[in-house]
Design a protein around this ligand. Structure first.
Ligand code: URA
Length: 319
């Protein structure tokens, strides 16, 4: 129960960081929450032990641009300490979690010569047999490498697999994925013609089947070379950074960055332009037409950038 409450607090912090200004709570959920808190207090006894503070988030530094030929040498970034007072005043969570501090240094490897398809197959094999990645798998679950066209002009980058994704081994197949698929289709594309990947190849452990948590600094640093290699092989014209974690991974951690402020803007990951936009789960939770229009405007900018035709109907969505 205590764990579940802590996860709830973590999730609320995470939403706040992503720019949410509120969450809707049904009467039923309120009643369940009250029951959970009362149960927790009753268990804590007269001392009423406080619920521990939620775990911390990643601190992530900008990395140097990738060089050619590809040799993924992403160094584990040093955490930038955020003084507690500064952190709380700015509404941030405390410095990095220790959850995965036992991770070894991120992998360093060279991609063998070959066609894009051969290279992606080689990389996928490497990821799926990576002992560190597989050590984070729970029984019956899978790593999620990514999928799509090796020649994709657009690379959609998310955060990490969730429960549905680790079950199927495919990125963005849950609720957020259904929305992402609809967005891709509305752009006149299909999942087969673009590429979808994540910062993380494993689902960050939460200790249960439900709920997600953002990856820690160490987890992101460990997985980044695999994403770098995917980008290096595919060489998309544009990356769509879906949400705060994707942007922290692609652009470097910036405690001041708010997705609500930066969405719709172009950034660079090495030589590749990055469009910052909302994570589809944000749209699912804050499903107002205003938010939908914003994410759609971001996609129109992406379409324009890669030279996709935009019909009057597409132009007018959500207006
Ligand atoms: N959210 C993500 O960021 N990635 C997925 O693959 C699924 C949900």
């Amino acid at each position: 129960m205590r764990k579940a409450l802590n996860r709830l607090i973590d999730e609320l912090h995470r939403l706040k960081e992503q720019g949410y200004e509120g969450v809707e709570v049904s009467d039923r959920a309120f009643a369940q929450l009250k029951e959970a808190v009362e149960h927790q207090l009753a268990q804590a006894g007269p001392s009423k032990a406080p619920i521990p503070a939620p775990s911390a988030t990643a601190v992530y530094r900008e990395r140097p641009a990738q060089t050619h030929p590809v040799r993924s040498t992403f160094a584990q970034p040093e955490p930038r300490p955020v003084p507690a007072r500064e952190a709380s005043a700015a509404g941030h969570r405390a410095p990095p979690a220790t959850q995965s501090s036992n991770l070894p240094a991120p992998p360093v490897f060279e991609i063998p010569a070959g066609s894009k398809t051969e290279q992606l197959t080689w990389l996928k094999d490497r990821v799926l047999s990576c002992p560190v990645c597989t050590s984070h798998l729970r029984p019956g679950k899978q790593l999620v490498f990514g999928e799509g066209s090796p020649d994709a002009a657009i690379f959609f980058c998310g955060e990490a697999p969730g429960a549905d994704e680790e079950t199927q081994g495919i990125p963005f197949v849950g609720e957020a994925g259904k929305l992402l698929t609809r967005i891709i289709q509305a752009m006149g594309l299909s999942r087969e013609t673009i590429y979808i990947g994540n910062i993380m190849k494993w689902r960050p452990e939460t200790g249960s089947d439900y709920g997600n948590r953002p990856p820690s600094l160490e987890e992101m640093a460990f997985c980044m070379p695999y994403l770098e290699a995917q980008l290096e092989i595919i060489r998309p014209q544009v990356i769509v950074g879906l949400g705060a974690t994707a942007l922290n991974g692609l652009l470097g951690y910036d405690p001041e960055r708010r997705i609500t402020s930066v969405r719709g803007q172009w950034f660079q990951h090495g030589s590749i332009p990055v469009m910052a936009t909302f994570h589809p789960s944000y749209v699912n939770r804050n499903g107002t037409n205003r938010i939908k229009r914003m994410i759609w405007e971001d996609m129109l900018a992406v379409m324009e950038r890669v030279g996709l035709p935009i019909s009057p109907k597409q132009q007018a969505y959500f207006t």
